[in-house]
Ligand binder design. Structure first.
Ligand code: ADP
Ligand code: MN
Ligand code: MN
Ligand code: MN
Ligand code: MN
Length: 360
C-alpha cells in the first residue's frame, strides 16, 4: 500500500519484539472512553496470567478522557476478559476493562455493567448467541476515504462489494492483518468482505454467547484501530461517512436463543418480532448516533421510525434469512444498529425486550 504518511517503522520494531522479557509480561488495559472510542495503557506484571482474577484493578485520569470531572478524576479499571496480544506476542496480553467510579457506581459510559446484569438473569435459561457484522470505513490522514480522488469521488457504486482488483478495493493489507490479529487473540471473527462503498469493509464476530459478544467486539475494534495505526490509515465507524448516493455503515445484529434454534423456532422468532415491534423508539435510542442519516429507507436500510420484518428482505428492520424460514428455526438479523453503536447496549436491549426488564 502506498502512503506518504506511514509514521511507524514496524520492520525495525520486529527486532525489539523478539527480546526476552525476564519472565515478566505486559498487559495492555483497554477501555471505552467518553466519545465511543477506545483508550489503552500498558503495565508490567510479574508473571504469566491464567485467570482474570490474577489481573489487578487499575485506574486512569478520567478528566483527560471526558469520563470524570477534574476535581474527582480517578476512574477505576476492572478487568473482565483477557486475550493473547497479537502485537507484542509471547505471554503478553490485552485486557478488556469496565470503568468504575470511586463511590462504587459504574462510570456513565460503562454500558457493560447493565448488560451483564441482564445476562446474569436470563442467559442460562435462554442461551443467547449473537453474531455482529461490523462495517467501517478507511480514511487517509486527511480524513477523506482512502484511495478516493483528492477532493473528488470514485465511479458510482457497483464494482466494489466483495471486489477484487486494483481500483475496486483499498487497504486489503490492513483487513488481512486485522483478520489474523483477531484469530491470534482468540476473537471469534467469522469472516470479512469488501463493502458497497469503496474503502468500506466489514468483518463479523460471532456467534458468541451472551456478554462475550460485547467484550470480543470491542477488543476487535481496538485491534482494528491499532493495526491501521501501523499503516498510517484512520478507521471511522461513522454510520454515514459520505452523504448522498454512498452506502452507510451498519452493525447488523444476528440473534438466536435456545427457543429460536429449537423445534418450532419460527414461533419463537415471530414472538420476538411482536415484542420488538412494541419498542422501536427504545431500540433506536441505543442503536448508534447519527443513525438517522443512514436509515433513509435507501441503500438496504429500513425506515428509522417504523418497525418492519420479513423473510429475505434487506429493506426491513429485521430480516429472517431465507434458509431459516425454510428450516423453520434458527436466527434473525436486526439490521437497524449503526456501525458506531455499543454492542453491550445492543445485546442488552434485545435481551430486555425479549425477556423483560430488571426492576430496581
Ligand atoms: P449477511 O448475509 O447479512 O451479510 P454475514 O454472513 O455477514 O450475513 O453474517 C452473519 C452472522 O450471523 C455471522 O456473524 C454469524 O456468526 C451469525 N450467526 C450465524 N448463525 C447464528 C445464530 N444461530 N445465532 C446468532 N448469530 C448467528
Ligand atoms: Mn502521569
Ligand atoms: Mn454481512
Ligand atoms: Mn454488510
Ligand atoms: Mn447482514
Amino acid at each position: 500500500m502506498a502512503s506518504s504518511t506511514i509514521i511507524s517503522n514496524t520492520a525495525n520494531l520486529e527486532k525489539y519484539l523478539k527480546l526476552p522479557q525476564g519472565g515478566k509480561i505486559t498487559a495492555e488495559y483497554v477501555w471505552i472512553d467518553g466519545s465511543n472510542g477506545v483508550r489503552s495503557k500498558s503495565r508490567t506484571l510479574s508473571k504469566k496470567v491464567t485467570s482474570v482474577k490474577d489481573l489487578p484493578e487499575w485506574n486512569f485520569d478520567g478528566s483527560s478522557t471526558g469520563q470524570a470531572p477534574g476535581d474527582n478524576s480517578d476512574v477505576y479499571l476492572r478487568p473482565v476478559a483477557f486475550y493473547p496480544d497479537p502485537l507484542r506476542l509471547g505471554d503478553n496480553i490485552l485486557v478488556m476493562c469496565e470503568t468504575w467510579m470511586a463511590d462504587g457506581s459504574p462510570n456513565t459510559y460503562n454500558f457493560r455493567h447493565d448488560a451483564a446484569e441482564l445476562f446474569n438473569k436470563y442467559q442460562s435459561e435462554h442461551d443467547f448467541w449473537f453474531g455482529l457484522e461490523q462495517e467501517y470505513t478507511m480514511l487517509g490522514f486527511d480524513g477523506w476515504p482512502y484511495g478516493w480522488p483528492k477532493d473528488g469521488f470514485p465511479a458510482p457504486q457497483g464494482p466494489y462489494y466483495c471486489g477484487v482488483g486494483t481500483g475496486k478495493v483499498f487497504c486489503r493489507d490492513i483487513v488481512d492483518a486485522h483478520y489474523k490479529a483477531c484469530l491470534y487473540a482468540g476473537i471469534n471473527i467469522s469472516g470479512t468482505n469488501a463493502e458497497v462503498m469503496p474503502a468500506q469493509w466489514e468483518y463479523q464476530v460471532g456467534p458468541c454467547s451472551g456478554i462475550d459478544l460485547g467484550d470480543q467486539l470491542w477488543m476487535s475494534r481496538f485491534l482494528l484501530h491499532r493495526v491501521a495505526e501501523e499503516f498510517g490509515v484512520k478507521v471511522t465507524f461513522a454510520p454515514k461517512p459520505i452523504p448522498g448516493d454512498w452506502n452507510g455503515a451498519g452493525l447488523h445484529t444476528n440473534v438466536s436463543t435456545n427457543e429460536t434454534r429449537g423445534e418450532n423456532g419460527m414461533k419463537a422468532i415471530e414472538a420476538a418480532m411482536e415484542k420488538l415491534s412494541q419498542r422501536q423508539a427504545e431500540h433506536m435510542s441505543v442503536y448508534g448516533e447519527d443513525n438517522q442519516a443512514r436509515m433513509t429507507g435507501k441503500h438496504e436500510t429500513a425506515s428509522y421510525d417504523k418497525f418492519t420484518w420479513g423473510v429475505a428482505n434487506r429493506g426491513s428492520s429485521v430480516r429472517i434469512p431465507r434458509a431459516v424460514a425454510a428450516e423453520g428455526k434458527g436466527y434473525f438479523e436486526d439490521r437497524r444498529p449503526a456501525s458506531n453503536a455499543d454492542p453491550y447496549q445492543i445485546t442488552g436491549i434485545i435481551v430486555e425486550t425479549m425477556c423483560g426488564k430488571i426492576e430496581g
